[in-house]
Design a protein around this ligand. Sequence first.
Ligand code: UDP
Ligand code: MG
Length: 314
Amino acid sequence: MNSQIYLSLVVPCYNEEESVPLFYKKVITHLFPPPPPVLGNLEIIFVDDGSKDNTLKIIKNLSEKDNRVHFVSFSRNFGKEAALLAGMTTAKGEYIATLDVDGQDPPSLIPEMLKVVSSGEYDCAGTRRVTRKGEPPVRSFFARRFYAIMKHITDIDIVDGARDFRLMNRKYLEAVLSLPERNRFSKGIFPWIGFRVKWFEYENIERKAGETKWSFWKLFWYSLDGIAAFSTKPLAISSLMGIILFLASLLGIIVVVIRKIVWNNSAFGWASMVCIILLCSGLQLFTSGILGQYLAKTYTEVKQRPYYIIKEAR
Ligand code: UDP
Ligand code: MG
């Protein structure tokens, strides 16, 4: 491919007025040292995900001063997945990197990642953090459980601690964009498409400025979305529970019949009856809830709404 841009950086931003200038400065020092340009033509695409602070203003200023800076601004907050998608769709580079604006994804790794991918040996360079330093212990615990569960119930290999900080070639990017689903769980989409991925590891870096947008509960629901997007095992488990209960009830019927024939008493155990009714109706609600989750996902897919609405772009 003969595109003029060599490397595109896709940077999602939501209420990041403090981080954007820091990020830009850091990228300039690591990747755009004053002439000569060592890495060919570059572009930075900031995706303003409906920020309510001065993020867009700051990005626009940067883009006026530096014509390598571009932006896409959403009409409201559509979430990081949508922001990444918008940036990746607009990116013109032969190589495309996605990274957070908050300094948690070190741009200093980019030259090395680029070397690995441009050599043709790998199609994508991914990053994973090997520590969860600075994260609340409860969150780390649940995050680890989530990865363990995903490993068991999906066919894809979701790497523990994998970040959205990636550098890919165009072939890889096209593959990611070819997945039409609305429920975009990119932690699953990337491993699903395959190709050769080289992993870079680093210790967790704490945010340089601003705050994380992820509360515990937001992460919790996000992980359920991920499970629903990449596995239908929960449905199979529900059916299995139904079969087990059915077999147990057959056993119960046999016991009752024998008791009636041999000892002529079959009716006792009011308390156990209540327990059984509660257990069964609980399980029924639980499994129809699971079914509902998949139906809801199907519903959003069928509506075919756009992933995001762009208010302004340059
Ligand atoms: N982000 C976004 N839209 C959102 C939430 C976050 O574009 O709705 C961006 C945010 O500006 C940052 C990146 O996604 O560049 C990661 O967000 P954050 O640092 O809050 O997540 P964490 O690093 O804690 O996982
Ligand atoms: Mg962050």
